[in-house]
Design a protein around this ligand. Structure first.
Ligand SMILES: [Zn+2]
Ligand SMILES: [Zn+2]
Length: 152
């Protein structure tokens, strides 16, 4: 089945068939920095599909570019879920300080490689629960307003 994976992977086995069969290993979490692991998977998925050689370089570049936009979004909207108003700091104290996901309003896969992200229009801070719910609609994520209206 087709799937998307945003992160580092190693090709363990390549079978020279058509279509080519590749066994991937996703055991490289240790090679990502702690800062990267606090990002949501979609934020790392800027890489899309690249040849093995190019993957690492692309990940770093995309991440650096995205990090500034992510910070600008949080600076503006605050570290609070735009859907349910959750603040992790209020629930978890110091441990929750500064924790939030940032959702791309338009899926990255639909943006061109040279698209410049507008941190205030294209990004929105959400908690991981609401983030998952936004993506429950596969083809096109729900909007923040749509999900807010569904919230019980
Ligand atoms: Zn939320
Ligand atoms: Zn998202």
């Amino acid at each position: 089945m087709p799937f998307q994976y945003g992160g580092a992977a190693t090709a363990r086995e390549i079978v020279d068939s058509s279509p080519v069969e590749i066994v991937w290993s996703f055991d490289h979490r240790d090679s990502l920095s702690a800062a990267q692991l606090t990002q949501s998977p979609e934020e790392l998925s800027l890489l899309g599909t690249y040849s093995e050689g190019a993957a690492h370089q692309v990940l770093v570049n995309a991440y650096e570019r995205d990090r500034a936009a992510r910070q600008a979004c949080i600076d503006y909207y605050g570290c609070v879920c735009a859907v349910c108003d959750l603040r992790f700091e209020e629930c978890y104290g110091e441990l929750g300080e500064g924790f939030i996901h940032v959702h791309h309003v338009i899926p990255i896969s639909q943006l061109g490689a040279t698209y410049e992200i507008n941190p205030l229009e294209d990004l929105v801070p959400v908690c991981p629960n609401c983030h998952a719910m936004l993506h429950r609609r596969r083809q096109r994520p729900l909007s923040v307003d749509e999900l807010r209206n569904l919230l019980c």
